[in-house]
Design a protein around this ligand. Structure first.
Ligand code: GDP
Length: 367
């Protein structure tokens, strides 16, 4: 039930049902004279930011509201979900502003991955998507790796101007921002929220020494991220937490690998080959014959082939088949939000079945 109460911090309508949604306040807090939403409460008392998310249109409205301002834009993406965490339409808002790309979750990359190759791939992908970042950096917001360096570089690149941090949900933007808050705010400094023209939502303002600020924008909900099709416990299973240990499969043609029930990899044609699967360590992989794969998926999706589990099965999108004829050895097939499979040998034909809307792209191996 929505109540006719508004938060004294940001003015949003208070609700007591869903802690993950905007305007949440614990029911007991309504007995006080003044009600403050949980997000403003944490911001005020702990200088800690809680994520807020918005749909694409609302988000672009916010971007339009700050479109005329000068500043540096920092786009945070998940390196395991590069295409899924891309913000389409961002180039229109960025205009003449410089943009810095931050690839988060670098802590889970296998040691064998060449960081420079990954950065170069991110630059190429950005160019394809219409943006040319002035710099690309890798960080781990959770571990703090690369964050001081990224902040120092951002400080250089902003040339005395404000900074706008943008990113879609689940890329780790709030973890990143909370790190920045700890590092950037000195004793007694308080982060505040500022209202921007043409928007209904406040941006969080982290003060910088020269009177300028870092502004955190709400996370955008990209409906084609795999993350939105799963419930929180399933999302945990597909989100790598520790360094990924690649799993190596020797397959013959006409064999299939299921990645949980989320995706399927068919080795169609070619000599017996090895394939290195880079997905969250906890995600179960299941090998079968190609000829049995359809039937297995139909009967076992949600139990043996999970996630998705029983709860998210109904809303889970149909798998779409993408076929690739791979000529070069050491090619990665990237399934956005899940990871990638390195094809070790040349001249193979493979097919990946991924949820509708989820990007599947090829790239030269990062090793
Ligand atoms: P937001 O929606 O973009 O604000 O993302 P959150 O900061 O809430 O993080 C989303 C998920 O990614 C959470 O499960 C975090 O624990 C995880 N996460 C965030 N940063 C990192 C990181 O640097 N490494 C890893 N492995 N996970 C991260």
């Amino acid at each position: 039930m929505d109540l006719e109460l508004t938060c004294i911090g940001c003015g949003i309508a208070i609700q007591t049902e869903n802690p993950a949604k905007e305007g949440y306040a614990p029911p007991a807090s309504l007995e006080k004279d003044e009600v403050i939403c949980q997000r403003c409460f944490r911001l005020r008392n702990y200088n800690e930011l809680q994520p807020v998310s918005l749909s694409g249109d609302d988000f672009l409205a916010i971007l339009n509201g700050i479109g005329d301002r000068k500043g540096l834009v920092v786009l945070v993406v998940d390196i395991f979900d590069f295409n899924g965490s891309w913000i389409h339409g961002l180039q229109r808002f960025v205009g003449k502003k410089d943009i810095v790309l931050i690839g988060n979750k670098a802590d889970v990359l296998p040691k064998s991955v060449n960081r420079n190759k990954l950065i170069n791939w991110m630059k190429e992908q950005s160019a394809k998507l219409g943006l040319k970042p002035v710099d690309v950096m890798l960080v781990s917001a959770v571990k703090g790796q690369g964050v001081p360096e990224a902040l120092a570089r951002i400080d250089e690149l902003r040339k005395g101007q404000d900074v706008y941090v943008v990113g879609c949900t689940n890329v780790g933007k709030s973890t990143f921002i909370n790190r920045i808050i700890k590092q950037a705010t000195g004793f007694g400094e308080v982060i505040t929220t500022s209202h921007f023209p043409g928007t209904t939502l406040d941006l969080v303002e982290i003060p910088l020494d020269d009177g300028k600020a870092i502004y955190d924008t709400p996370g955008i909900i990209n409906s084609h991220q795999i993350a939105h099709y799963l419930d929180p416990s399933e999302l945990k299973a597909i989100t790598p937490k520790k360094e990924i240990k690649p799993k190596i499969f020797q397959l013959n043609a006409e064999q299939t690998l299921f990645i949980g029930g989320l995706a399927r990899f068919d080795f169609m044609k070619g000599e017996r080959s090895s394939f290195n699967v880079h997905t969250a360590n906890a995600l179960p992989l299941h090998r079968t014959k190609l000829e049995n794969a359809n039937a297995l998926y139909e009967t076992h999706l949600g139990d043996m082939l999970s996630p998705p589990g029983k709860q998210s099965l109904e809303a889970f999108p149909k798998l779409v088949r993408h076929e690739f004829s791979i000529k070069k050895a050491k090619t990665d097939i990237v399934i956005s939000g899940l990871g990638w499979i390195t094809v070790q040998h040349p001249n193979v034909v493979v097919a990946v079945h991924a949820p509708r809307g989820v990007d599947v792209v090829l790239r030269p191996s990062l090793i």
